[in-house]
Design a binder for this molecule. Structure first.
Ligand SMILES: C[S@@+](CC[C@H](N)C(=O)[O-])C[C@H]1O[C@@H](n2cnc3c(N)ncnc32)[C@H](O)[C@@H]1O
Length: 316
């Protein structure tokens, strides 16, 4: 029997597998397996592009009739609830049986159900011969609206990576102070703002800053954007994200890369670095310790983004 409070379910495309696993290691300290993860760590499922839902376990049993008795014992009285069967990987329960079980759950709760705008969603699922009853919080896909952000550069990072950078940088903690050190048009800031993270942005290019501010204003998000070289910033942050210039649309070389990384390291003990090239030697040269890594291939293109999670060495 699992001794955990939450079951997280995941969904991702093959090319994002390593990115999802990196996120999972950083948030939960373990990788999802079989699109599932049991944990005592509570995070908002909508901070991740890969978490489909968080199931908060109320009771469980190997015996379905015992589970029903346990549910009735909870004496749940609530108006506007909904009951939903959560099909986890490996659950072969047939559709008709799933419907029967949903009815059982419905009859075990006192109150009028509301299927369209439920006040709470109770759920049942089956995994490794154990039945679980709990509350289901589903992923909110409102962030897809950022696909239509008014301003963009072709060097902008894709939304899925941007969202994952925020979840990795924050580890799901919404009180952490985050910095996007090279914010471009603000793709990362939008993903942070929609989930209520505390983030600021910085870019040396005035046009990028204008575009970021226009994008934020379009969705009525509030975040400070510094039009500045990162070396001139002086605030402190819990984690910084750096999507480095790729020498494609803005000039870059090893000296520039090193300067950006070293400047960010003065503001924070932890940095999530993104680059199209292999800059591991430069990261080590800057005195940072690499604690985690993954490589993400861009669908249909040869362009790869490398992501390093780095910590400041204690002696620095
Ligand atoms: C790859 S782009 C970032 C793209 C961004 N993630 C987005 O989605 O739009 C790198 C950005 O770094 C900025 N940059 C380059 N050197 C910088 C520095 N010293 N300080 C701050 N920003 C810098 C560039 O102006 C460019 O907008």
């Amino acid at each position: 029997m699992h001794n955990h409070s939450y079951i997280y379910s995941f969904k991702y495309d093959v090319h994002n597998k390593e990115l999802c696993k990196l996120e999972s290691r950083q948030i939960f300290g373990q990788e999802e397996k079989n699109n599932l993860l049991f944990s005592n760590i509570k995070v908002d499922p909508s901070i991740s592009p890969f978490i489909k839902g968080r199931f908060e376990i109320i009771s469980s049993s190997e015996d379905y009739s015992i589970l029903l008795k346990k549910i009735k014992k909870e004496n749940i009285r609530i108006e506007g609830f909904k009951a939903e069967y959560l099909v986890l990987n490996g659950d072969s329960t047939r559709y008709t049986e799933r419907l029967e079980k949903l009815k059982d759950i419905g009859y075990s709760i006192e109150g009028e159900p509301d299927y369209n705008t439920p006040s709470i969603t109770y759920s049942i699922c089956h995994y490794n011969n154990i039945w679980y009853f709990g509350v289901l919080i589903k992923h909110n896909s409102d962030w897809f609206k950022h696909k239509k952000k008014p301003c963009s550069f072709s060097s902008a990072i894709n939304m899925v990576i941007a969202k994952t950078l925020v979840s990795i940088a924050s580890k799901g903690n919404k009180s952490n102070r985050l910095l996007d050190a090279c914010c471009g048009v603000g793709t990362v800031l939008l993903e942070a703002c929609i989930s209520g993270f505390n983030i600021e942005g910085c870019d040396i290019n005035w046009k990028a800053c204008k575009y970021t501010r226009d994008n934020l204003a379009h969705y009525k998000y509030i975040a400070k954007v510094y039009c500045s070289d990162i070396k001139d910033l002086s605030c402190e942050y819990d984690t910084a994200i750096i999507d480095l210039p790729y020498n494609l649309y803005s000039f870059s070389n090893d000296t520039i890369t090193l300067n950006i990384i070293e400047s960010a390291a003065k503001l924070t003990p932890r940095i999530v670095i993104v680059s199209a090239s292999d800059i591991e030697t430069l990261i080590t040269q800057s005195g940072l310790k690499i604690s985690d890594f993954c490589s993400v291939g861009k669908k249909g293109k040869k362009f790869t983004r490398n992501i390093w999670v780095c910590e400041k060495n204690r002696m620095n």
